[in-house]
Design a binder for this molecule. Structure first.
Ligand code: 5GP
Length: 347
């Protein structure tokens, strides 16, 4: 047994220090960024936010709205091929530019992925997603996908440490997804004792990825646009969001009524609820690592994304950054023991 003494930080442990700036207005900030990748030759431009590939969040309806804002959606892996056919037959090239196709690592998942990609050459992103990205089998799968899809942008995760980020990039990933236990409906930390505070995971993993011309996605733990700015400040290239996008009209969650109010179910993809829904059972050797919550209906996701983008532009002006790359360069974090004033949250 060994103890690492250096303290690891989460978003709640820091704030971004304001800096002098020559920017006159938030309208001068451009959140669109262009990326070159280590393997794929495709140059992608857009706002590097991603709706998570959870089955109530990574929906075709969410993608249709977010693509208008140049934001990505990782479509969840549970849509049938016929749903994909319908979607692609009506989707513009612009919409497909903001789509990631998610897959697990089983043979059935892989067959479906290949069929989805045979439907359109305008699909660019593959998101290989497992709860625990530390297995040999996962690395072998990433190698296989890189071999079969040399031109596509491959994201793979999740991991939280630099050595595994390097291993994944060397195995063929352009982008590594970072985050274990930080999600809003995740119970991994209490069930297993495993995890890594998200801000430190991002700082360490971004450093490892950038040294190999790779990128990272900060996945999980953002509860507001301030946290998203902190993730970019910590050098995340992309930020993935689940809970923030939950409970909207475009989510495909079950609606329940309580005290004359409408709520939508939002749940972890490893929750008992999701496993029953998609697999029909939980194997006797497994436990759930996600929870189910009821979210008050929030209306259209358009308002939420506009609010997030407005917040990010404001973060940039506070440090004098014209774009997200400059936000990273100009970020100095201060460690804090307080965040916002909560007096009116107690009511
Ligand atoms: P959020 O933005 O809601 O804080 O985090 C979203 C992320 O939580 C997802 O993108 C995914 O990585 C993670 N996640 C989703 N469902 C589960 C789950 O059931 N268990 C765990 N451990 N993580 C989950």
């Amino acid at each position: 047994m060994r103890i690492e003494e250096g303290i690891k930080l989460g978003f709640k442990d820091v704030l971004i220090r304001p800096k002098r700036s020559v920017l006159k207005s938030r309208s001068e900030v451009n959140l669109i960024r262009s990326f070159n990748f280590r393997y794929s030759k495709y140059i992608w431009s857009g706002i590097p936010l991603i709706a998570s590939n959870m089955d109530t969040i990574g929906t075709f309806s969410i993608a249709k709205v977010l693509s208008n804002f140049h934001v990505l959606t990782a479509i969840h892996k549970h849509y049938e091929l016929t749903c994909w056919k319908n979607f692609i037959s009506t989707a513009s090239k612009n919409l497909l530019n903001y789509i990631m196709v998610s897959t697990g690592i089983s043979d059935i998942d892989y067959e479906k992925l290949k069929k989805i990609f045979s439907l359109s050459s305008s699909l660019n992103y593959i998101c290989i997603d497992v709860a625990n990205g530390y297995s040999e089998r996962f690395l072998d799968f990433v190698k296989r996908v890189r071999n079969d899809f040399p031109e596509k942008i491959i994201c793979a995760g999740n991991v939280v440490t630099g050595e595994m980020v390097e291993e994944l990039i060397l195995s063929g990933a352009d982008i590594v997804k970072v985050g274990i236990g930080s999600g809003s409906v995740c119970t991994t930390r209490s069930k297993t004792g495993v995890g890594y505070p998200q801000l430190s995971a991002v700082i360490e993993c971004a450093d490892a990825a950038h040294g190999l011309n790779g990128q990272i996605i900060s996945d999980g733990g953002c509860i507001n646009s301030g946290d998203i700015a902190k993730a970019f400040g910590a050098a995340a290239d992309f930020v993935m969001l689940g809970g923030i996008f939950s409970g909207h009209n475009e989510c495909e969650g079950v609606i329940v009524k309580k005290d004359n109010k409408k709520f939508m179910l939002f749940y972890g993809m490893s929750s008992h609820y999701a496993m029953k829904l998609h697999i029909g059972k939980i194997e006797s050797y497994k436990t759930d690592e996600g929870k189910v919550v009821q979210v008050l209906l929030k209306g259209t996701v358009k308002n939420t994304i506009m609010d997030i983008l407005g917040g990010l532009r404001s973060s940039c002006t506070y440090v004098g950054a014209r774009n997200i790359k400059e936000l990273t360069k100009r970020t100095t974090f201060i460690r804090v023991l307080e965040q916002e004033n909560k007096i009116f949250n107690l009511q």
